[in-house]
Design a protein around this ligand. Structure first.
Ligand SMILES: [Zn+2]
Length: 423
């Protein structure tokens, strides 16, 4: 049964499925508590030693550090931080073509603001649209290509140029859900990338051959290995021969996205979103990607029964910026809403709105959802069960059996493909 954290509003059924070890507090709250116990001075000295060691290991480097940047508030903080340390950064972006106007302005200013070189890797829109559809069809995540780009492109560029360090912001699964302790100081690895960020899928799964193995021939978009070069992580040999270490800053300094927002806007005139999101009250998080707070997040609600309003308000409760009571009201008002950006995604990919809504129901996690009165039902923060829409008739005898659900999806998708929506 779903239970909720006694301090914030996070449910135990988090994005990576961690069990709470004990009692009342979620993993994210436990990590937040750790931040007040850690000796940050010791951490900082270890961090500087790590950087010195990395630089010594690559005397003939082109740059000192790759900073993976989306153009968001955390990107500005990271580059500011690198420059303050006296490092010469190369900014690297995977451009997933979902940028808002403010997000584009923030991104394209970075080279001039910091006087740094900025490398932007953008696959063709045709390839990105294909990956939007495939990610949605197979795993209910149209933004899979973004997760892949963010965890791959900076590493490729660092290895290629013998740049010994990569700075990422927070390790999200730890900061939000307590996947690791702060003393674990984990770094990005091939295994972490595939198993956590990419949920077990890699670029080759989306070629014709890969789709055949997955039982998804019907979704073949004729993607070739050449189309997905940017998504190929360096080989084991390349990694072994390279000095590169990709580190997450929240293991070495107290990480707070709100403080990064203050710094970015006060010093660099960084822009918040110029429109309000449907599914969160924050206008300074995920500004660069119009779907990240939108349908990407709606799909999380469909799967796991909670969304960005829960994540953001949980962080703000931990930091003392909201009370739990206020957070509960925010979650009740936002977590279930169908977002406005669905219209853009519909015209962008050719997947019709009604199809999207019916199809995504097949991804509901039976650990969260049950069916009552032919309606999707889950337990909410106040302990009451609520209904969230009717179960599509065609899914009733199928969900949640994995084999039947797979057969249902491929049948639905084949029908859609045959209607010529994607041309
Ligand atoms: Zn909590």
């Amino acid at each position: 049964m779903i239970k909720f954290c006694a301090r914030c509003v996070s449910p135990c059924q988090s994005g990576f499925g961690a069990d709470w070890e004990d009692g009342e507090l979620c993993g994210g709250c436990r990590v937040w508590e750790e931040t007040s116990k850690v000796d940050w001075e010791i951490k900082w000295r270890r961090y500087l030693d790590l950087i010195d060691g990395a630089l010594e290991a690559a005397p003939d480097r082109e740059y000192d550090v790759v900073v993976g940047v989306s153009g968001g508030k955390d990107s500005y903080f990271l580059v500011h931080h690198a420059v303050e340390l006296g490092l010469r950064p190369l900014l690297v972006t995977y451009y997933g073509n979902n940028y808002s106007d403010a997000g584009n302005r923030n991104l394209f200013r970075m080279a001039d603001v910091f006087g740094s070189d900025h490398l932007i890797v953008r696959p063709s829109v045709k390839v990105i649209k294909s990956l939007n559809r495939l990610g949605f069809a197979i795993q209910g995540d149209m933004n899979w290509h973004n997760h892949c780009g963010i965890d791959t492109v900076p590493v490729r560029e660092a290895v290629r140029r013998n740049i010994p360090l990569i700075f990422y912001g927070e390790h999200g699964f730890t900061d939000m859900h307590g996947m690791y302790k702060l003393d674990d100081e984990v770094e990005l690895t091939l295994r972490g990338r595939v198993e956590h960020s990419l949920r077990g899928y890699d670029w080759h799964d989306f070629t014709g051959q890969g789709l055949k193995v997955l039982g998804w021939e019907c979704a073949d978009e004729m993607l070739q290995a050449e189309d997905l070069r940017w998504a190929m992580y360096p080989t084991d040999k390349e990694l072994t021969d390279s000095p590169v270490r990709a580190i997450y800053q929240n293991f070495y300094m107290k990480w707070d996205g709100y403080q990064n927002f203050r710094l970015a806007s006060d010093i660099y005139d960084w822009e918040e979103s110029d429109f309000r999101f449907t599914r969160t009250y924050r206008t300074y998080s995920n500004v660069d990607d119009i779907h990240e707070n939108g349908i990407h997040d709606y799909l999380k609600f469909i799967k796991l029964g909670y969304g960005r309003a829960t994540d953001h308000s949980s962080k703000d409760v931990r930091a003392g910026r909201l009370t739990r009571r206020e957070a509960i009201e925010i979650v009740k008002g936002m977590d279930h809403l169908i977002p406005d950006d669905l219209a853009r995604w519909e015209s962008y990919t050719g997947v019709p709105r009604d199809f999207f809504l019916e199809y995504c129901d097949s991804f509901r996690d039976p650990a969260v959802w049950s069916v009552n009165n032919d309606s999707w039902t889950k337990r909410d923060l106040d302990g009451r069960n609520r209904e969230y829409g009717k179960v599509p008739r065609s899914l009733k005898s199928v969900w949640p059996d994995p084999d039947k659900t797979h057969a249902w999806r491929t049948q639905m998708w084949s029908k859609l493909v045959s209607q010529g929506c994607f041309e």
